[in-house]
Design a protein around this ligand. Structure first.
Ligand code: MRU
Length: 358
């Protein structure tokens, strides 16, 4: 059970609103913000107040409810038009995490599937139910990933993770951190090295904080220390989350993940990715088609209120990179573990779990 709730809907469809932990303030301040308009939610996603692929998807689903509140008394057609507009608008907030588009598509499809004679109030109430359903499924997926991933962990292991794929990145217990939480709950002694994760420090600010909250031993390292720590024989397994996994298993995750995967291969350390089925994008043949978000230069030159680079310097700031499938030892989903993932194994895994998906 999470000690903090990344996001929660308060109230009914007509007047309720979405509360989010403002993750830009952690670990110094724990504060919730209220998103009462689609613009507020768009800004919260863009500026990483709410972040992590599954959490972005769940937040966007509730955002469709918020964004259409003013159309509750409109005609059914006007309401449906508003749903389409809000979905299109929220889809522009960030490009890489496919869970955003997956959740918006679910909201749109559920609206489209309702009989055209139903009044807007009914449609709107049903959309809140759909958002709650996506929220609950996400919590369940995290628990299932935790159970499956736990089977790969032995007491005494030391893991390395990159960015934050914990409870803060989902509606539930996280993806990459869920197996660690499950292992700890089962009495296994697990130690974690958390990469600080330049430039926005999700590892230092969020992962280290979450692990401390759960009393799991964590050692913070700068990203450029991972190789040395592996060379010293101090890492038994690497586990990260993902923002989008292509049909062949190539996986986009926070910038720096690819470097960690290369290092892990060099040191013969298993490299695992934990992600729900909503993170797979089977429409993409390989990782080459995954859109990589480009973020402002100021995140590198003026991070956290201090100027650390000369004015006017040229900066490149891709927020994600793609780890090729051949570097991934295992993909952990809510349905089980895909060892040495290939296009065919992924297809079979997803088809068995949810016929019609693959
Ligand atoms: O830019 P962020 O903080 O949204 O990036 C998050 C990550 O890269 C996570 O590892 C990924 O979304 C998986 S979260 C379960």
């Amino acid at each position: 059970m999470a000690l903090y709730q990344t996001l929660r809907w308060l109230g009914d469809a007509a007047t309720g609103n979405l509360l989010l932990i403002d993750q830009t303030l952690l670990p110094g301040r724990y504060e919730e913000i209220s998103c009462q308009t689609q613009e507020q939610l768009w800004e919260a996603i863009r500026s990483l107040r709410v972040r992590g692929a599954p959490a972005i998807g769940v937040a966007a689903a509730y955002g469709v409810v918020t964004g259409t509140q003013q159309f509750r008394d409109a005609s059914p057609q006007k309401f449906r038009d508003a749903v389409r507009d809000v979905c299109q608008y929220l889809a522009t907030s960030r490009p890489t995490a496919v869970n955003l588009f997956w959740a918006l598509n679910r909201m749109q499809t559920s609206c489209d599937a309702m009989p055209s004679t139903h009044p807007a109030t009914f449609l709107h109430d049903q959309l809140l139910e759909q958002a709650r359903c996506i929220d609950q499924e996400d919590k369940d997926m995290c628990l299932a990933i935790g159970r499956h991933g736990n089977e790969l962990l032995r007491s005494g292991m030391s893991l390395l993770t990159h960015c934050n794929a914990g409870g803060l990145a989902t509606a539930g217990d996280g993806t990459a951190l869920a197996p660690i939480f499950a292992a700890a709950a089962a009495g296994k002694a697990i130690h974690v090295f958390a990469d600080e994760t330049r430039p926005l420090l999700q590892g230092a600010r969020l992962t280290a904080w979450e692990l401390q909250q759960r009393a799991i031993p964590v050692t913070l390292i700068c990203d450029n220390m991972a190789g040395q720590v592996m060379r010293e024989g101090r890492v038994d397994l690497v586990i990260t989350g993902a923002d989008r996994i292509a049909a062949n298993g190539d996986a986009a995750n926070k910038i720096g993940t690819y470097s960690v995967a290369v290092l892990a291969r060099h040191h013969n350390i298993p490299f695992c990715i934990a992600a729900p089925s909503s993170t797979f994008d089977l429409s993409l043949d390989s990782g080459a088609g995954i859109p990589i978000e480009q973020r402002p230069a100021s995140e590198i030159t003026d991070g956290f209120g201090r100027t650390t680079a000369p004015s006017g310097v040229d900066v490149y700031n891709p927020a994600f990179d793609v780890t090729p499938a051949e570097l991934i030892t295992a993909l952990i989903t809510e349905h089980g573990v895909i060892h040495h993932p290939t296009r065919e194994l992924i297809r079979q895994h997803l088809a068995q779990a949810s016929p019609g998906m693959a």
